[in-house]
Design a protein around this ligand. Structure first.
Ligand SMILES: [Zn+2]
Length: 256
């Protein structure tokens, strides 16, 4: 069994066939999907989806690219949503110095604020990091995100950054990016990551793995990422699936 620990099932590109996508995930041996909020609106939708399907769980939070518009009320609402029994994490939160839709200081304030929130409600954090490695790690440590733990999703960076992250209690998660013709070092990072610190995700509808490049991504495609990582680590894919599923169940306290 597999768990897709990061999907955006509420996104528009699933509007036509969301139920079919969810059914295919069940047929392809997924035992859970965590659908992730990026704003107050998408966090609400994530919780709604989690209410409708037993094996779907939700994360609520405000993405660094969406935090410019978020005010006190949004954060108060996110905190209320976090109380829901199907909400298993605060996310996605973090820093994005690649797209830079929001200036750094605003991103940092939103990140710190939501780590504090996660600590108050005692939920792990799901962290988005693009080209902000040093600041992300420093902030997680300074703000004691390690008290609640979490995951650096769609992991990227140099092997030295991976080493620093592995010194904390954080998990790292890999997407279909490892299957790309040019995996930009993600294959090497996955190979270097101990399986007991690893999670699998699709980040659907984005980052579609081979052999489905060019199509929309969906949770059932997590299997291609698992196969590729098992190959890289020269281990049985069943064992990889079992261990990463156990990690996800443990981190997010999934009732499945
Ligand atoms: Zn995401």
């Amino acid at each position: 069994m597999y768990i897709d620990t990061h999907a955006h099932l509420d996104f528009e590109s699933f509007d036509e066939d969301r139920d079919a996508v969810i059914q295919r995930a069940i047929e392809n041996k997924l035992s859970a999907i965590i659908t992730i909020g990026t704003s107050l609106e998408t966090s609400r939708k994530a919780v709604e989806l989690a209410e409708n399907y037993a094996f779907i769980f939700a994360a609520v939070g405000i993405h660094p690219s969406d935090c410019a518009e978020a005010g006190d009320e949004d954060y108060a609402e996110i905190e209320k949503l976090a109380d829901h029994e199907k909400v298993v994490a605060i996310g996605e939160i973090g820093l994005d110095y690649y797209k830079m839709y929001t200036e750094k200081a605003v991103q940092m304030a939103a990140f710190v604020r939501q780590i504090e929130l996660a600590r108050r409600v005692n939920l792990p954090v799901i962290v988005h990091n693009r080209e902000a490695h040093a600041d992300v790690l420093k902030t997680l440590l300074q703000e004691k995100a390690t008290d609640v733990g979490g995951v650096l999703h769609s992991f990227s960076g140099e092997p030295a950054f991976l080493d620093e992250v592995l010194k904390t209690n954080f998990f790292v998660s890999y997407t279909g990016g490892v299957t790309f013709k040019d995996p930009r070092g993600q294959d090497e990072l996955a190979r270097l990551t101990p399986v007991d610190r690893m999670l699998l995700e699709t980040d659907s509808p984005f980052i579609t793995p081979a052999p489905h490049r060019g199509k929309r991504n969906e949770p059932s495609f997590v299997i291609h990422t698992a196969k590729k990582i098992a190959e890289l680590k020269e281990m049985d894919v069943k064992e990889l699936a079992e261990m990463t599923t156990a990690n996800a169940k443990h981190l997010f306290t999934l009732n499945i």
